[in-house]
Structures are given as structure tokens and as C-alpha cells.
Design a protein around this ligand. Structure first.
Ligand SMILES: Cc1cc2nc3c(=O)[nH]c(=O)nc-3n(C[C@H](O)[C@H](O)[C@H](O)COP(=O)(O)OP(=O)(O)OC[C@H]3O[C@@H](n4cnc5c(N)ncnc54)[C@H](O)[C@@H]3O)c2cc1C
Length: 384
């Protein structure tokens, strides 16, 4: 791909997602936030346009697109609602883990309904005692004949309680990353239950709940790949997930910047439009420049993940850190440009700030992103 020029197909994909965001997400986003409404029907409408299985192979109903295409889609969707876009991103990440590591039988059984979003998926890694240090997870999957018996708790799970498919990282072996396996748990399995919907600063249009396993029996046939590669599967999923969440930040921030431009041209102070003040122009210029820089790195990382280059994980971590930090800063600057009105819910800017804040925390905190980058640097410095 040429990182600096999108193909006609990519422009068409982005425009399709942008139009969907403007028509189907944006008009309702503030109400969904206020009412804590998870818009499942609208997400199924997105899936009908190919956004439920963006980089899933087409034999099971996926769209067979690239990571760069996905970045374009998630940026565009987020101009309508970052929270809904981000959930669709998590759903796509789970579907990809099944597509990439599942058997043919698992792919054919699970993916068609995930691609249409008739079934929704949740990614279950974090636990109360294991967030950044995810390899310390304790949820146990004990082998008992042709079943695993799961016991333990996952924390902060997006979509939990509504999702039909839970992609769960659980311990089947020794301590550390090598003792973890990935097991698909279906919603109505006895022994699976959920905590209360968490009260959150943002991301209100999707539920966040604990997922609890108590003597929860799951067929061994639901394990993805062999035992012991679950941590690898979880991290591989997150490479792409981090790109998507970064794209969600850029899209949300771009929406806030666009509104700031319109507002600054209209709002008068000291006898002229506030857009006439050079201090404000410089702020707008910096916002646009920093977003473009983040977008460029994100596209570069997406191309690296598509090409499976050895530095793809590092580039995804770099891109996630820059895109989510920049997205939050730009959205916050947009709030400032709106003055007191930016702080009012009616203008929609404070919602974007609240929604984008969590992107600096989840799918690996931005400190963890620095750890991933630094490990590579130190390794190279030692000649590894
Ligand atoms: C709204 C929401 C939705 C989420 N959705 C999901 C989901 O769907 N699935 C899922 O599995 N998880 C999900 N998460 C969990 C999220 O991924 C974790 O919150 C995140 O990984 C951080 O873990 P923690 O909260 O336990 O923080 P901790 O790991 O306890 O970290 C606390 C602080 O210490 C810092 N820190 C930790 N270790 C180091 C270190 N070595 N060096 C420097 N700093 C360090 C962290 O960066 C952070 O600032 C979600 C979280 C939220 C808030």
C-alpha cells in the first residue's frame, strides 16, 4: 500500500462508514450515553454493511479486508459515536481470534453469526487482581473428561451480559503466560453469570460487567488452538485491537475538531469571531497537525500488521499510545475552544472527552505501551 494515498476502494469503504456514522449513530449518540443504551440493532445494521467481520475470511461471512481498511472504518464510525465504534472493534477482535486460531469446525460454527452480529462477542482477559500484568491471571480451567471446569472472575468486560460469545483466557497449566489457554464460553452455559453494569465516566453506550465462572463446564471442543497458547492468542488479538482503539480516538477527536472549527467561526468575542484570534488559530493548527501525525503512524502500523513484519507489535503499541493520547488532548482542546458551552452536555463535546479518556487505559494502558516499545529498544541496545 501507499501510506499516503488511499485507493478508490478504501475511500469508498471510509465514506460508507462515515455515512453510516452520520445517519445511524450521531443523531442518537448523546441519548444512548444518557440512557446507557447499548444499540444492538444499529450494530447489526453496521454488520449488514460488512463491519461485523471486517478482517474475517469471506468463507464464513467476513469481509476479508485489511487492518488499514479497519482503521479507516473505526475512525469514520467514531465520528458518530466512539463508544459504539469501540465495542464493534472489540467484537471484531474476538471474531478474528476465532478465525485465526480456531479449527475449521469452530470457524464454521461460530463466525457466521458473529459476522452478522446476530451474536455479539466479548474479550475476557482482565481480572480483579490481574490487569496490566495479565499473565498473572488466575481464572482456572480444570480438565474433566471432555470438558473444562471454569472457576474465577473476569473484570471490566465490555459487552458482558449482552454478548453471546465470551472469548476467555484461563489457566490450564503452570503459572505465567505458558499456562494460559483460550476457551470460548457461550452465553447460556450453566455456571456463567455477570456482575452489575459498572457506573462509568464515559463509554456509557456499552455495558461493562464482571464475568463470573462458578463450576462452569465448557466442552474441550471450545478451546482455540492447543493448550498453553492462550496468552499468545490474547496478545495477537490486541495488536489489531490497539490499532482499532487508536482509530476510534482519532475519529472522535476529528469530530470534536470539526465542530470546534465551525463553532470558532460563529462565536463572537471582542468584536470578532474567535477564529480570527491567532492564538486560537494556532491551537486549531496544532490539533489538526497532531491528529494527522497520529493517523500517519497508525496507518503505518496497520500496514506493518497486514504485512506481518517483525516490528508490527511494537508499531501497534506506538500507534495506540500516540493516537489515544493525542485523541484525548485534541478533544479536551475542543472543549476549551467551546468555552463554558463545551462543558455542557448539550454540545456533545464533553461526551467525546469522557469517551476517549478510557482509550488511554484499556487494551493495555499507555504505560504498558511504553513497556512494549522500551523492551524492543533495550533488546536492540544489547544486540538482541
Ligand atoms: C471501560 C473499560 C472497559 C474495559 N473492557 C475490557 C474488556 O472488554 N476486556 C478485558 O479483558 N479488559 C477490559 N478492560 C480492562 C483494562 O484493559 C484494564 O483496566 C487495563 O488493562 C489496566 O488494568 P488495571 O485496571 O488492573 O490497572 P493496573 O494494572 O492495576 O494499573 C494501575 C496503574 O499502574 C500502571 N502500571 C502497571 N504496571 C506498570 C509498570 N510495570 N510500569 C509502569 N506503570 C505500570 C498502569 O499503567 C496504571 O496506570 C476495560 C477497562 C475499562 C475501564
Amino acid at each position: 500500500m501507499n501510506a499516503f494515498a488511499l485507493t478508490e476502494d478504501q475511500i469508498a469503504i471510509r465514506d460508507m462508514a462515515q455515512e453510516f456514522a452520520a445517519e445511524t449513530l450521531a443523531p442518537h449518540a448523546m441519548r444512548w450515553d444518557e440512557e446507557k443504551h447499548f444499540p444492538v440493532e444499529e450494530m447489526r445494521a453496521a454488520a449488514a454493511l460488512g463491519m461485523g467481520g471486517i478482517y474475517i475470511q469471506d468463507d464464513v461471512g467476513g469481509s476479508g479486508l485489511t487492518r488499514l481498511d479497519a482503521a479507516l472504518i473505526f475512525e469514520a464510525l467514531s465520528t458518530g459515536c466512539p463508544t459504539v465504534a469501540a465495542y464493534i472493534s472489540i467484537h471484531n477482535m474476538c471474531a478474528w481470534m476465532i478465525d485465526r486460531y480456531g479449527s475449521d469446525e469452530q470457524r464454521r460454527r461460530l463466525l457466521p453469526k458473529l459476522c452478522t452480529m446476530e451474536h455479539l462477542a466479548s474479550y475476557c482477559l482482565t481480572e480483579p487482581g490481574a490487569g496490566s500484568d495479565a499473565a498473572a491471571l488466575k481464572t482456572k480451567a480444570a480438565l474433566d473428561g471432555d470438558h473444562y471446569v471454569l472457576d474465577g472472575q473476569k473484570q471490566f468486560i465490555s459487552g458482558a451480559g449482552v454478548s453471546d460469545i465470551y472469548v476467555v483466557m484461563a489457566r490450564t497449566g503452570e503459572a505465567g503466560p505458558g499456562g494460559i489457554s483460550t476457551i470460548v464460553v457461550e452465553k447460556d452455559t450453566p455456571g456463567l453469570s455477570f456482575g452489575a453494569n459498572e457506573k462509568k465516566m464515559g463509554w456509557n453506550a456499552q455495558p461493562t460487567r464482571a464475568v463470573i465462572f462458578e463450576n462452569c463446564r465448557v466442552p474441550v471442543a471450545n478451546r482455540l488452538g492447543p493448550e498453553g497458547i492462550g496468552f499468545k492468542i490474547a496478545m495477537a488479538g490486541l495488536d489489531g485491537g490497539r490499532l482499532n482503539i487508536g482509530a476510534c480516538s482519532i475519529g472522535g477527536a476529528q469530530g470534536a475538531l470539526d465542530r470546534s472549527l465551525a463553532y470558532a467561526k460563529e462565536r463572537k468575542a471582542f468584536g470578532s469571531a474567535i477564529a480570527d484570534f491567532q492564538a486560537l488559530q494556532f491551537k486549531l493548527a496544532d490539533m489538526a497537525t497532531e491528529l494527522e501525525a497520529a493517523r500517519s503512524l497508525l496507518w503505518r502500523a496497520a500496514a506493518a500488521l497486514d504485512a506481518k513484519t517483525p516490528d508490527a507489535t511494537k508499531l501497534c503499541a506506538m500507534a495506540k499510545r500516540i493516537a489515544t493520547d493525542t485523541g484525548f488532548e485534541v478533544a479536551n482542546d475542543a472543549l476549551q475552544i467551546h468555552g463554558g458551552y463545551g462543558y455542557l452536555a448539550d454540545y456533545g463535546i464533553e461526551k467525546i472527552v469522557r469517551d476517549l479518556r478510557v482509550h488511554q487505559i484499556l487494551e493495555g494502558t499507555n504505560e504498558v505501551m511504553r513497556m512494549i516499545v522500551a523492551r524492543g529498544l533495550v533488546g536492540r541496545a544489547k544486540g538482541n
